[in-house]
Design a protein around this ligand. Structure first.
Ligand SMILES: [Zn+2]
Length: 306
């Protein structure tokens, strides 16, 4: 099962080393360019956030180096970092992808998450982690090369694996799902459990450890479901569903403010009363909750959300 895919985009990795070919594509009227400013996307239209190269001609000195994303149907996709705000973008409020429209389709969302991940990595890793010298962008944005000739290390984008998982208890008359909330979230918002994978762990180990640390529950079954890039700043969310026969919740590491068991009927009623909020619709956490909910009710949470 895949929740997010961008199968139609060809990343064209061999082109990353062919500067002439890339220049040609970048200058083509068919290229579509995304602009990032301070970690946010500059989008005139939420669902069509692209610029053409011609529109950016006068801004070239304000832009970083072009990051080549790939091609689809003879259209080449690039991303730029805007280093300094320019009046050409007056009236546009840069938008954080976390708050992006729930109307967005998986194709565009995948492209934006891909670009966001690359932009974040360059922004957060200006120096060589081997010797501390400046490193410059290479391979059309898919690597950084240390500028110190004695070192010359090549670095590739860093991705942090994190597990995210539903915990279900099927021992009672009704299936229940465990959902938790953090103190900083808005009222009534709940989500599934998540945490980073530690060195030496398998993904299943990480699920079991995080489940115990955050909820005190020991899991019986742990099954992989799907993954989602989550570039805030550089995670790959690996989604699982798990099952426990235990009921008693203990917030051992206090990472959650609260956690509780919910039945599907209760979620439906509370959603309608405004006493329950799902995670953001573009997240795998939403999809994991909806997957369980749909199995219980035969329909999606989508029809119930405001
Ligand atoms: Zn170096």
């Amino acid at each position: 099962m895949t929740f997010f895919s961008y199968a139609t985009l060809d990343r064209q990795a061999p082109l990353r080393e062919q500067a002439d070919q890339l220049q040609q594509r970048l200058h083509s009227p068919h290229s579509r360019i995304l602009i990032w400013y301070q970690g946010k996307l500059i989008a005139r239209e939420t669902l069509a956030p692209f610029f053409s190269f011609d529109e950016l001609m006068e801004l070239k000195v304000y832009l970083g180096e072009p990051l080549f994303l790939g091609e689809q149907a003879q259209t080449s996709y690039f991303a730029y970092q805007l280093n300094q705000w320019h009046s050409a973008f007056a009236g546009i409020e840069p938008v954080g992808l976390r708050k992006y429209s729930a109307q967005i389709d998986d194709d565009l969302l995948s492209l934006l998450f891909y670009a966001q991940g690359l932009v974040n990595w360059h922004h957060n890793h200006p120096y060589c982690s081997n010797c501390g010298s400046l490193a410059r962008i290479s391979q059309a944005g898919h690597a950084r090369l240390c500028e110190n000739a004695e070192c010359g290390a090549t670095h590739y984008p860093k991705i942090d694996p994190a597990v995210i998982f539903s915990i279900v208890n099927n021992t009672g008359p009704e299936s229940k799902i465990l959902l938790g909330r953090k103190a900083m979230w808005d009222a009534h918002r709940y989500s599934v459990i998540a945490g980073f994978v530690e060195p030496g762990e398998t993904l299943e180990d990480a699920v079991r450890r995080e489940a115990y640390e955050e909820t005190g529950l020991k899991l019986q079954r742990v099954d992989y479901v799907a993954s989602q890039p989550w570039p805030f700043p550089d995670s790959l969310m690996l989604g699982f569903e798990s099952e426990t026969t235990e009921h008693e919740i203990n917030l051992l590491d206090q990472e959650l403010e609260a956690a509780a068991w919910f039945g599907a009927d209760e979620i439906e009623t509370k959603l309608q009363q405004g006493l329950f909020k799902m995670p953001t619709a573009i997240s795998i956490s939403w999809k994991l909750i909806d997957r369980w909910f749909s199995q219980q009710k035969g329909y999606s949470v989508k029809s119930l959300e405001p």
